[in-house]
Design a protein around this ligand. Structure first.
Ligand SMILES: [Mg+2]
Length: 241
């Protein structure tokens, strides 16, 4: 068996994302300073987002609604039209920031494209993710784009079936242990964890136990060599058989 399908996360795997969300969190905390300490306002926002995620999904629009709700709860009678305007401005800037690729992404994707079909697997707001992909200039390198409401092992199994490959012919690479790595491993694929400095606590999970289908890499460019190693082992195994 060799790798035929290379699934890639988008946010903080291909382009920067969390740094903009962290800026939004800071703006929210500053706005609420007259009513709450920064730790209190951030905790209230997190609670609100967790509570709303099943109806809002992931992404900037859901966060904007949760910021308004959390601000209303924290400020009580002090809530004002100006606060709504400022929160909407924070949300708009989250939806319209320029797409900033991580280092060497385009060169790396061209090498990966020689090794298998590339499929983008990302969650979040459909229109926002499509807009970012278009702005990235990377769209033509991908065979497929799967924008999903959540990433579970079923999500990955469905993707593998859709592209007509066995799980052991697939690799998933991303920065989230919880959303990219554990469900892809669970679905039977290889998984490469590429942690980033700006991580969202919600995406944290413990690393899997020792597993030959799992690796931690310091950048996406290292995925090229890992795929070559997987393919070499796969080729040797089939020769032995
Ligand atoms: Mg990500």
């Amino acid at each position: 068996m060799t790798i035929k399908l290379i699934c890639l996360d988008a946010d903080d795997t291909l382009w920067h994302n969390m740094r903009y969300f962290n800026e939004a969190f800071s703006a929210f905390q500053n706005l609420l300073k007259p009513f709450a300490d920064v730790d209190v306002s951030l905790a209230a926002l997190n609670v609100c987002e967790d509570r709303n995620r099943h109806i809002h999904g992931y992404g900037a629009k859901g966060l904007t609604l949760s910021m308004i709700e959390a601000a209303l709860n924290l400020s009580g009678d002090g809530f004002s039209r100006s606060m709504v305007e400022q929160i909407l401005a924070v949300g708009r800037s989250l939806l319209s920031h320029p797409v900033e690729l991580l280092d060497q992404i385009d060169q790396t994707l061209m090498k990966l494209e020689d090794r298998g079909q590339l499929v983008l697997v990302t969650k979040g707001d459909l229109l926002h993710q499509e807009t970012k992909l278009a702005a990235s200039g990377l769209g033509d390198l991908f065979t497929g784009v799967e924008i999903v409401s959540n990433k579970t092992s079923r999500t990955f199994s469905d993707v593998f079936t859709k592209y007509g490959v066995e799980p052991q012919e697939c690799v998933m690479a991303g920065d989230s242990m919880r959303s990219d790595i554990l469900p892809a491993l669970d679905a039977g694929a290889f998984a490469a964890f590429i942690p980033q400095a700006d991580a969202w606590f919600h995406e944290h999970a413990d690393a899997p136990p020792q597993n030959s289908r799992y690796i931690e890499l310091s950048s996406l460019s290292e995925l090229v060599d890992w795929i070559d190693q997987i393919n070499e082992v796969g080729t040797q195994a089939s020769v032995t058989v």
